[in-house]
Design a protein around this ligand. Sequence first.
Ligand code: FAD
Ligand code: NAI
Length: 463
Amino acid sequence: MANAFDVLVIGSGPGGYVCALRAAQLGMTVACAEKRETLGGTCLNIGCIPSKALLQSSENFAEAAHAFADHGVMVEGVRLDLARMQARKAEVVAANVKGVEYLFNKNKVTWLKGAARIVAPGRIEVGGTEYAAKHIVLATGSESTPLPGVAVDEKRIVTSTGALELSAVPAHLVVIGAGYIGLELGSVWRRLGAKVTVVEFLDRILPGMDAEVAKSFQRVLTKQGFAFRLSTKVLAAQASDSGVSLTVQRTSGGAEESVTADAVLVAVGRRAYTAGVGLAEAGVALDERGRIVIDAHYATNVAGIYAIGDAVSGPMLAHKAEDEGVALAELLAGQAGHVNYGVIPGVVYTWPEVASVGETEEALKAAGTEYTVGKFPFTANGRARAMGATEGFVKILADKATDRILGAHILGPDAGTLIAELALAMEFGASPDDVARTCHAHPTLSEAVKEAALAAEGRALHI
Ligand code: FAD
Ligand code: NAI
């Protein structure tokens, strides 16, 4: 039957498209339905890729405007061409989404254009045509969580999607939520000249990250001109032609205050997206937070239907979704696909970057685990000094009893790349000594990782 496939994936984000590619590699016939005009999901279209394009461009702008002179590079009259910056971002996105289309063609994955709906076990409908499959994979992703009292119009009160599209630099941007999106997109607009105020419900930024790292990071961002209002809630926001008026209050109570802004970014988290897929009719169970319930092999409660990525539990990260896509395709092919959820790195792509893998110090304390800490600051790293990027440090946490590395946290230049070494070390059950005895090239930032490993053994050399 022409419309029958071994695997039918719904959603072409990093979870869905990678699952489709891996299943095709393993010899299965595969189709992937996508209701967006282009492939690649949130990540490639309105998430990871456009945000990293703007982070890079805005960093270049800030460097040229403020940092080049330190290096003896004198440039005058640095100007922002925001329209060109936005056009470049669109080109980067277009190249990436076309790349997925190329990969689908290369691997003979059929792209079903349109919204898919499950009509019966093993059958879906897209654009009025029915398709059959042995296995249906739900990879429908997530959407921005709304905040009561703050109505998004994607012009003045925006989610990340609108914040990636602003056509002018707002004089004052209020960011609600000091998480990944708030700090990354807050950084973009801060570097381009906006005054940025971050309003956060909790008494700290980046909840879930190591508290010591988050505290240092907040100091760095404050030096960059960010203003933080922690332990504060937004009660309401009223948009008009001239701006937005917000009503805020300390979480401990007290008087309500008014804050005015030119734009407001709502970044208080994301939630699973499953609307319109026919899950209720098919009897697929959701948990109390609307996420699709799966077992250890990504199977839902309905035979033949599986789910991965942001639509299920776990960190809402592209690489987590991808790894689940690979693992599921391998399981469907009768192999032993597996994801190690203890070793999923998280990176905030600001300047400096924040990167984390494994346990935080707070989690180890709470679990009563005895641990050693090794820390090394970038001020003592020759390459960081040469770069003029000495803020931050590497922190490694190891089990006192077994010597295994349990977690690693980095605030510093290129932390997102540096963390990969420690993730690999953790996958191999390495100790700080294993990392320290590995030869690291000089002069590189990675020597700070080696020195933090030495420090965990009480024998750092360069401090
Ligand atoms: P998604 O990428 O959300 O894809 C789901 C797709 O399913 C969508 O294209 C949707 O249109 C489609 N779909 C839904 N229902 C249907 C249907 N019925 N029929 C057909 N198609 C359907 N993560 C990182 O790891 N690194 C980053 O730097 C990063 N930056 C981010 C920046 C921003 C601004 C945002 C918002 C997110 C960012 N993320 C980042 C998170 C990352 O985008 C997600 O974790 C990732 O996209 C999840 O992949 P997914 O495949 O589960 O879902
Ligand atoms: P987040 O969960 O990272 O941060 C949300 C923040 O908002 C938290 O600090 C939370 O305490 C705060 N908050 C919640 N309710 C609030 C309220 N009512 N008032 C004030 N603050 C409130 O969520 P975010 O930034 O929206 O991003 C969503 C997800 O997208 C991330 O968790 C991450 O999984 C993914 N993402 C990943 C990126 C990366 O890997 N670099 C970049 C961007 C997004």
